[in-house]
Design a protein around this ligand. Structure first.
Ligand code: CO
Ligand code: ZN
Length: 332
């Protein structure tokens, strides 16, 4: 499992440029799905199972894009200026290393900041080692992701893009382990979540599910001065989302998820996330509306190059997803 997560987090794929990570997913699920297709926005959709009388068409969505940077212009000395793809804080950038889709590397520098003043993204630049604009190997519109090796701390794992590659790993593993299901399950590895839940929006319309689940990371409320306070903690089990700022999970589905977790003796925690959204919104709001929920993995330092998750939470999230997808879904 750790090697799959490592492979997923170390493959670059900022929103809109998911071709390399999509190939890694395709290879990881090879031979385990009944049908695999890619939609126009690049989401990979793997169908598994045949719907029986007790079954539904179920969508499970984990996004495979990650936050990154896009080149806006290059100055006469070859310094690369950029804008953000998704939610990037200047705090996590300075001194960081980036890798462009063609393998070009660079470091993020900053200057001209007044002492004590919070920098803005426009104060930062990427230095790719160019000596002039003419020999700069990148051009306007090129994208890069952060570069940081996977770190195995035993029970805890750290990497850039745990959001949401750890959930992609959970979905891959659940797809592989799912044996008997009454449902036709569509595992969606969605694109462009970080820029507005776009891939899941078209995927949900295309799949036309009866019910759906997002799988994503959520904030962890167990660091020293977390603000706002949150009930989640690393290691307390997968989180069953009640609400985030993008959607309110269907309460019937939440109840059923809780009951199912308890029956299967899988630890879980309840989650209310005050700022942040997931593919669950796209599923819920598609067509005439669809009951939707979300299985979350608590994560520290989200959207930094060092996002931390707990190994037991990952394993239990897989177990929970498999159990949820193996039973008839009861909404009452
Ligand atoms: Co994110
Ligand atoms: Zn995410």
């Amino acid at each position: 499992m750790k090697s799959l997560i490592q492979k997923l987090v170390e493959t670059p794929g900022p929103s809109g440029f998911e071709y390399a990570i999509r190939d890694v997913i395709r290879e990881a699920i090879d031979g385990h799905a009944d049908e695999v297709r890619v939609d126009a926005l690049g989401s990979l959709i793997a169908r598994k199972g045949t719907q029986t009388e007790d079954g539904m068409r179920v969508m499970v969505s984990a996004h495979i894009d990650e936050i990154g940077l896009m080149v806006t212009h290059i100055d006469e000395n070859g310094f690369v200026r950029f804008t953000n793809i998704g939610g990037i804080s200047p705090l996590t950038c300075y001194g960081g290393r980036v890798v462009f889709m063609d393998g070009t590397r660079g470091v993020i520098g900053i200057d001209g900041i007044e002492r004590g003043k919070m920098p803005m993204l426009s104060d930062l630049f990427i230095d790719v080692g160019a000596t002039s604009k003419a020999d700069c190997p990148v051009k306007v519109g090129d994208v890069c992701g952060f570069e940081r090796p996977f770190l195995d701390l035993g029970k805890r794992m750290v990497a850039k893009s745990m959001d949401d590659r750890v959930a992609a790993a959970v979905a891959v593993e659940a797809l592989k382990r799912l044996e008997a299901t009454p449902h036709e399950v569509h595992f969606v590895f969605s694109t462009q979540e970080e820029v507005g839940i776009r891939g899941a929006t078209t995927a949900a319309f295309g799949v036309d599910p009866d019910v759906g689940f997002a799988v994503d990371v959520t904030r962890s409320g167990d660091t020293p001065r977390v603000n706002p306070k949150m009930a989640t903690a690393l290691g307390d089990g997968p989180a069953i989302k009640v609400r985030d700022s993008s959607f309110i999970a269907d309460p019937r589905l939440v109840d059923w998820m809780v009951t199912t977790a308890e029956k299967a003796d899988i630890p879980y925690q309840l989650e209310v996330l005050e700022a942040g959204g997931t593919d669950g919104r796209a599923i819920q709001m598609t067509r005439g509306g669809v009951p939707a929920g979300c299985v979350s993995i608590a994560c520290r330092y989200i959207h930094s190059p060092s996002e931390m998750v707990d190994s037991d939470d990952v394993e239990n999230a897989i177990k929970l997803l498999v159990v949820l997808l193996s039973a008839p879904i009861v909404l009452d």
